[in-house]
Design a protein around this ligand. Structure first.
Ligand SMILES: CC(C)(COP(=O)(O)OP(=O)(O)OC[C@H]1O[C@@H](n2cnc3c(N)ncnc32)[C@H](O)[C@@H]1OP(=O)(O)O)[C@@H](O)C(=O)NCCC(=O)NCCS
Length: 198
């Protein structure tokens, strides 16, 4: 476990910086690592004290602001942190956006994000580090307490159901339901329910 399958970590960090700056056109960055209980070279905890404190503070501020009911403040802060947020976006109370790389998040116009939804922009696995862009396309609806994995795109007008765990793309106009999410055709409310009238 101590013989790191890191490859050249400096080179990997350079590639990660390029990925974060969006010069590669890629949706995912992946690099093999040792078990994440050991220094991987990708955790903020491996950096200098100043970098650790800065990253931690950024995370606390983002988490606190996202817990509040002030939509405009949340959108302003996410944009300041590098996320791309469109017009008429609503972010409910208690949403969690991975504070490590908020610049990997894009939310297009007219997107609703429900209470306590979680958006992951990086993940450590047992032998790999992954960072990924999440894109919520125009008009998408993200249900409460859902989890959106890193690298996922939720298509235009698509629905993520309450508590769904989404690790793969959701095509436009479809719904992702359950854990792991299954993709079904989105029901059109104007079609009504036969049981609505009893
Ligand atoms: C996904 C959702 C939109 C589905 O609505 P719908 O099209 O009316 O679908 P139905 O209620 O007819 O359910 C379709 C099927 O999915 C199941 N289902 C619906 N929502 C589900 C959920 N969140 N988790 C698991 N299964 C769900 C239903 O049980 C049903 O299963 P069946 O076909 O085996 O009977 C709705 O259930 C939902 O999750 N809305 C999110 C609301 C929300 O989070 N709002 C934000 C508040 S902050």
């Amino acid at each position: 476990m101590t013989d790191a399958p890191h490859g050249d970590i400096r080179e990997a960090q350079r590639r990660l910086a390029e990925f974060l700056a969006d010069t590669t056109g890629q949706r995912l960055f992946r690099h093999p690592t040792v078990h994440p209980c050991n220094p991987t070279g990708f955790c903020y905890c491996d950096r200098s004290l100043a970098a650790k404190v800065w990253t931690y503070l950024k995370g606390v501020v983002l988490t606190v602001v996202l817990a509040l009911p002030f939509n405009r403040l949340k959108i302003w802060l996410l944009r300041r942190m590098g996320a791309i947020i469109g017009q008429n976006v609503f972010i409910s109370v208690g949403v969690q956006v991975d504070p490590l790389y908020p610049q990997l998040l894009t939310i297009e116009d007219d997107v609703f994000v429900g209470m306590n939804a979680r958006i992951f922009l990086h993940e450590f696995r047992i032998d790999e580090f992954i960072a990924g862009r999440v894109v919520l396309r125009r008009g998408a609806f993200i249900g409460w307490s859902s989890a959106i994995g890193c690298g996922v795109e939720v298509g235009e007008g698509a629905v993520v159901a309450a508590a769904a765990v989404v690790a793969r793309d959701v095509p436009a106009g479809m719904a992702a339901i359950g854990n792991p999410a299954r993709i079904v055709k989105r029901r059109d409310a104007s079609a009504g329910r036969e049981s609505d009238d009893g």
